[in-house]
Design a protein around this ligand. Structure first.
Ligand code: ZN
Length: 396
């Protein structure tokens, strides 16, 4: 049982209880739609009249609607569904190369997006983000808020960016500035944290039921997001999840973003895989492949590309074995483009994982590829808004 934190405990006033019940009903409709009032009442042990009251409220707010189910003889049952377009969320995926600003409904369906190159000048990038958010805001009513995913360290309480290594941006009050520019609620988080949240809210059903998992985001760098008891674990000042810089050993093919050749990131990132491929390649081609090209080659059967990926998968598995030994999560999810090559890397990764967890006596940790596809970070940004909308106050 979780020990109550008296510093944070709120006395449950009747409006708090009403709010909790409302979130429970809303989440039942979101996860189990179509669902009847009677089923919700049966599963939650809330009184039928309470459920009906809340349903009326949610209908008035435009969050859910009613449809007719199949008749089993008598009057067809009335079923409840989430109204996806009733409210919209804006997601901003601030990447090292490109930034995407998109608007989606509450089930994560993107309806419009704009992409531009991220400018190394923080002010220029901010102005472009604010401009596109404002543009979308003008075209769609009922915007619930803005979620921003960034490749760096974020203070979870203020939404300020503490450090983005790629651009060397420090101490940027992103949430405050974007809130002032757009007058919308703004939530900012690290990209791997946001991606982990997206798996929790929008991912495959078997993941949504997992309360403790770690997401490994393999990109140019390597980040991890920890979901602990159904929410992001931030640590002090947002510093948790920096497993990308845990020491694996010497002899990595590249350096990590901070310049070390011993970090997990230097062994298992996209850049590491590219470097392995380039060093094996006999042709004297001048241009380096992109990771996307490397994946395509491997999927088409190129043995050099496959070897480069398999070696990278070995180090992914090695790092995951360290996470498993220290945290014993229910599952680990591998996200990023590399998930596309899962059938080519899964065996190598699992072999390295099991070979390195033997001494701890742990049974095997479940490892899945992400199913969020190319848009992992954007889905992460959108889920920051969803989590705020649907999360129960009981997690506070
Ligand atoms: Zn490092």
């Amino acid at each position: 049982m979780r020990r109550m934190n008296l510093k944070k405990a709120n006395v449950a006033r009747s409006d708090t209880i009403r709010y909790i019940n409302r979130q429970i009903v809303l989440n039942y409709v979101r996860e189990r739609e179509p669902i009847s009032r009677a089923e919700i009442s049966h599963e939650t042990a809330l009184q039928r009249s309470t459920v009906s009251l809340i349903v009326e409220e949610l209908k008035t707010e435009g969050l859910i609607y009613e449809t007719e189910g199949e008749s089993t003889g008598g009057r067809p049952p009335s079923l409840l569904r989430l109204r996806g377009a009733g409210c919209m969320a804006i997601g901003v995926d601030l990447g090292t190369i490109r930034t995407t600003v998109a608007i989606a409904d509450l089930v994560g369906r993107v309806v419009e997006r704009e992409t531009f190159e991220t400018d190394p000048d923080v002010k220029t990038t901010f102005e472009k983000i604010a401009f596109h958010v404002q543009n979308l805001r003008g075209s769609y009513p009922n915007i619930e808020g803005v979620g921003v995913s960034v490749p760096g360290l974020v203070d979870p309480d203020t939404g300020s960016v503490l450090f983005i290594p790629y651009f060397k941006w420090r101490d940027w009050s992103l949430a405050t500035e974007l809130r002032a520019a757009t007058l919308l609620p703004v939530t900012v988080d690290n990209d791997a944290n946001a991606a982990a949240l997206a798996e929790l809210w929008l991912g495959r059903p078997e993941i949504r039921d997992v309360r403790d998992f770690v997401l490994v985001l393999v990109e140019q760098g390597l980040g991890t997001g920890i979901i602990f008891d159904g929410q992001i674990y931030h640590g002090v000042a947002g510093g948790a999840g920096e497993f990308g810089h845990m020491t694996i050993g010497k002899g990595a093919p590249v350096l990590c973003a901070a310049g070390s050749g011993e970090c997990w990131e230097a062994f298992a990132s996209e850049r590491a895989a590219i470097a392995r491929y380039e060093s094996r390649r006999s042709t004297s081609s001048t241009s380096e492949v992109t990771f996307r090209q490397l994946l395509d080659k491997a999927l088409e059967g190129d043995t050099t590309a496959r070897e480069a990926l398999r070696e990278t998968a070995h180090y992914l598995g090695l790092g995951i074995s360290n996470l498993a030994k220290g945290m014993s999560p229910e599952a680990v999810i591998v996200a990023g483009q590399i998930a596309r090559a899962w059938p080519l890397i899964a065996d190598e990764l699992r072999d390295a994982l099991s070979a390195n967890t033997i001494c701890s006596g742990l049974t095997s940790t479940l490892v899945f590829p992400s199913t969020l596809g190319e848009d992992t970070r954007l889905m992460g940004a959108l889920s920051l808004v969803l989590a705020r909308k649907f999360a129960s106050v009981m997690t506070a």
